[in-house]
Design a protein around this ligand. Structure first.
Ligand SMILES: Cc1cc2nc3c(=O)[nH]c(=O)nc-3n(C[C@H](O)[C@H](O)[C@H](O)COP(=O)(O)OP(=O)(O)OC[C@H]3O[C@@H](n4cnc5c(N)ncnc54)[C@H](O)[C@@H]3O)c2cc1C
Length: 391
C-alpha cells in the first residue's frame, strides 16, 4: 500500500491510492470511484498540518497539477486561482497582476486550499486569516459534481472547513493592491516586552514576538507598510535583529529549515498576556529543557464558523518542539492552561480536544456538523480522525 506522511513526520498513513488528478474532471471521477467503492477520499495540500487532517484509507489526492492563476480583476481586487497553487506561487502571481494578500503567515509553502481549510493566519489585530479572503469557491462535491459557490450564507461555513464539505478546485480571493513592507526585528528582555506589549501591538500593522525560554529574551518582529517601491527586488532574510524593506509577499515568509511539531491555541485578545504568563510559568517550572520559542500573535475577529477567531478579537499562542523529540507530554501539560483561558485549537496543529470540547468552544460547531451531514451524508470525506470530531 502506498504511504503518505506530513512535513514534521508526526503523521504517517497508508492509503489504497495516491493520485494527482490532471484536471477538475479527473478529481470528480476519483470521488465518484470512491463512492462506487464505498471508500473515503481526501486531499493533501503541502502536508504542513501536524495532526491527521489529511489521511484517508481510500485515496489521498494531491492537487499539485491544478495550479496557477485563472483570472484577476485589479479594479475589484479579486483573483481566482486553482486551489492546489502553493502560497509562494500564488502571491508571486498576484504581484504580477498588481495584487497581494493583506496578510500572510510564517511560511508560504502551503497549498492555497490547505491554508484556507485550517484558517492559516499571520499577525495583526486588524487582519483576519487567509480564509477570510475567500469570496468564491468551486467544489467537487461528495457526489462527484462540480459546484460553484459564492453565497454569503455558505461562505462562513466553507471558509474553514478542512475539506469536509467538498474538495476545493479553485478559489476566488479578495485581495488588496500590492504593497511594500518594512520589517524590523529587535531583541529585549521578556518582561520589558510584556510591559510594552499593548503599545507595541497598537503601534504596528503586524507585530509578533517569540519568547526564548532558556534566555528569557523576546525577539520582536514588526511589519509596516511603506509608500515607496522597494529598491531591492529580493531582500535577503534578516538573520537576527535588523531592518529590511521589500514587497510584502517577499517579506512575510520565513525559511524554516529545522523541522518541529507545534500546538497553537487562540484565546480572547484581552486574555492573551495572562495566558502567556501562565504558559511561561509552567514551562519554567516543569519544562526547563525546552529551548524552542513560544510565538505570540494577534488576529482580527471573523465570521467563519470554525475559525479560532470566530466573533472575537484574538491572540494566538504557539508552542514548539523539535520534530525528533517527544512532544505529546509537553504539549498536553500546557493544554489545560489554554482551555482555562477559553482557547480554541488551530485545526492544523496538535491538540487533544474532543468533540464535546470543540462544541463548547465554537458557537457554530453543531451548525457546521449539520451542514457537513447535508453535504456529505455518506461520509466520503470523513477519515476516522475527523469522524471522531465531526460525525
Ligand atoms: C513550517 C510551518 C509553518 C506554519 N506557519 C503557520 C502560520 O504562520 N500560521 C498558521 O495559522 N499556520 C501555520 N502552519 C500550519 C499550516 O499553515 C496549516 O496546517 C495548513 O493547513 C497547512 O497547509 P497545507 O497546504 O500543508 O495543507 P495540509 O496540511 O496538507 O491539509 C490541511 C487541510 O486542508 C485540506 N485540504 C487541502 N487541500 C484541499 C482542497 N483542495 N480542498 C479541500 N480541502 C483541502 C486537507 O484535507 C486538510 O484537512 C504552519 C505549519 C508549518 C509546518
Amino acid at each position: 500500500m502506498p504511504s503518505w506522511s506530513n512535513w514534521s513526520g508526526s503523521v504517517v498513513a497508508e492509503t489504497a491510492r495516491l493520485e494527482a488528478p490532471a484536471d477538475e474532471a479527473a478529481v470528480a471521477t476519483l470521488v465518484r470511484e470512491a463512492a462506487a467503492a464505498g471508500t473515503t477520499v481526501r486531499v493533501a495540500g503541502s502536508g504542513h498540518s501536524f495532526v491527521p487532517v489529511v489521511p484517508a484509507a481510500g485515496a489521498i489526492l494531491s492537487l499539485d497539477r491544478l495550479t496557477g492563476l485563472l483570472d484577476s480583476d485589479p479594479a475589484a481586487c479579486t483573483a481566482t486561482l486553482y486551489a492546489g497553487t502553493k502560497l509562494h506561487d500564488a502571491t508571486h502571481l498576484l504581484w504580477e497582476h498588481g495584487l497581494a494578500l493583506p496578510n500572510q503567515g510564517d511560511v508560504d509553502t502551503q497549498a492555497l486550499a490547505g491554508a484556507i481549510a485550517t484558517g492559516t493566519h499571520g499577525t495583526g489585530p486588524a487582519y483576519g486569516s487567509i480564509s477570510t479572503r475567500l469570496v468564491g469557491v468551486r467544489l467537487v462535491t461528495a457526489s462527484g459534481d462540480l459546484l460553484d459557490l459564492d453565497s454569503a450564507d455558505l461562505l462562513p461555513a466553507l471558509r474553514v472547513s478542512l475539506g469536509l464539505l467538498g474538495i476545493m478546485t479553485r478559489v476566488t480571493l479578495a485581495c488588496v493592491p500590492r504593497y511594500a513592507l518594512r520589517e524590523r526585528v529587535w531583541q529585549h528582555p521578556i518582561d520589558e516586552c510584556l510591559e510594552q506589549l499593548e503599545h507595541t501591538i497598537a503601534s504596528h500593522d503586524h507585530y509578533e514576538f517569540f519568547w526564548f525560554p532558556r534566555s528569557d529574551i523576546a525577539e520582536s518582529k514588526a511589519l509596516d507598510p511603506v509608500d515607496a517601491e522597494p529598491e531591492t527586488e529580493d531582500p535577503p532574510p534578516l538573520d537576527g535583529p535588523g531592518e529590511r524593506v521589500g514587497w510584502a509577499h517577499r517579506i512575510y515568509p520565513s525559511v524554516r529549515k529545522l523541522r518541529f511539531n507545534e500546538m497553537e491555541y487562540a484565546v480572547p485578545a484581552e486574555a492573551g498576556p495572562a495566558c502567556f504568563r501562565a504558559v511561561r510559568q509552567r514551562m519554567k517550572e516543569r519544562h526547563p529543557k525546552v529551548g524552542w520559542p513560544v510565538e505570540y500573535r494577534t488576529l482580527a475577529a471573523d465570521d467563519a464558523w470554525l475559525s479560532p477567531a470566530f466573533a472575537r478579537a484574538t491572540v494566538t499562542i504557539s508552542v514548539h518542539q523539535d520534530a525528533a523529540r517527544p512532544y505529546r507530554e509537553f504539549f498536553t501539560d500546557l493544554e489545560p492552561i489554554f482551555r482555562d483561558f477559553g482557547g480554541r485549537p488551530h485545526w492544523g496543529k496538535f491538540h487533544t480536544s474532543t468533540r464535546a470540547d470543540l462544541a463548547a468552544a465554537y458557537p457554530r460547531f453543531e451548525a457546521f456538523c449539520a451542514l457537513r451531514r447535508e453535504f456529505d451524508p455518506a461520509g466520503r470525506f470523513l477519515s476516522p480522525y475527523l469522524a471522531g470530531l465531526f460525525a
